[in-house]
Design a protein around this ligand. Structure first.
Ligand SMILES: [Zn+2]
Length: 92
């Protein structure tokens, strides 16, 4: 009787430890898969928010003429004499 109880306790502890190990392993594998997926997606689309992301439209490209109208501010190609958006004359 005592031996059976001890066996049951041992088995219960063993199952508990195995379940804990399984959870740790699943969480670890899941985290690894997530990291790999993230790396794959960053490689596929290349639009990560890392420091290597190319600069967006924060600065006007060289040569373009920004429309003087504050409400327009359209970026016109180099050499344009009138704004393509609102038609005001552009000064160089
Ligand atoms: Zn304009």
């Amino acid at each position: 009787m005592h031996a059976m109880l001890a066996d049951a306790g041992f088995a219960f502890g063993f199952v508990l430890i195995m379940a804990l190990a399984a959870v740790v392993a699943i969480v670890g594998v899941f985290g690894l898969v997530l990291r790999i997926m993230g790396a794959i997606f960053r490689g596929l689309f290349g639009h990560g928010c890392g420091p290597q992301s190319p600069p967006q439209m924060t600065a006007a490209p060289r040569g373009v003429i920004e429309c003087p109208q504050p409400h327009c501010a359209h970026l016109n190609p180099p050499g344009a004499r009138f704004c393509a958006q609102c038609g005001v004359p552009l000064k160089r």
